[in-house]
Ligand binder design. Structure first.
Ligand SMILES: [Fe+2]
Ligand SMILES: [Fe+2]
Length: 154
């Protein structure tokens, strides 16, 4: 089984514990949507798509498991480290890269390390393209426009 598949199996099992069916569906859709976008963006930028996709699968897990978005990026990075340590799928450098991306993913207005940026952008792609009839959030507007330019979507 691939590392990504193994991680998804773990994430799927955790998400299945969410009792509310609508919340469960939107959690699954978001993590898989961001994972797909992260793969594309990483490939485009010459980054590791597998690591990007793994970061995406874990990035909002803390919020989904606790039901709270309070400081979910920073707490989520700690949770991701626990999960990755338990699953033993990644080496230290990969774990650090994934946890850094999750730690910074809510800081959409600043620029961080390249893999951090892949996850932020993938999050924005999922938010904006899941329902293109919805207005783009103000804090995601600049990033959204840059992505449209980068991917020739204007
Ligand atoms: Fe988030
Ligand atoms: Fe997210």
């Amino acid at each position: 089984m691939s590392r990504l598949k193994e991680l998804r199996k773990y994430v799927d099992e955790e998400l299945n514990k969410i009792e509310d069916a609508d919340k469960r569906t939107s959690a699954v859709a978001h993590l898989y949507g961001v994972s797909l976008a992260a793969t594309m963006i990483a490939k485009k930028r010459g980054m590791n798509p597998e690591i990007a996709s793994m970061a995406a699968m874990l990035h909002d897990m803390h919020a989904y498991m606790t039901g709270s978005y309070d400081d979910h990026a920073h707490k989520g990075a700690e949770l991701a480290r626990e999960i990755l340590t338990e699953l033993k799928l990644t080496d230290e450098t990969e774990t650090n890269m994934i946890c850094s991306a999750i730690y910074h993913h809510d800081d959409k207005l600043v620029t961080d390390a390249p893999m951090d940026e892949v996850l932020k952008d993938a999050d924005v792609i999922d938010h904006c393209f899941k329902d293109a009839s919805k207005p783009v959030k103000e804090k995601e507007q600049a990033r959204y426009e840059k992505l449209c330019t980068e991917f020739g979507l204007l």
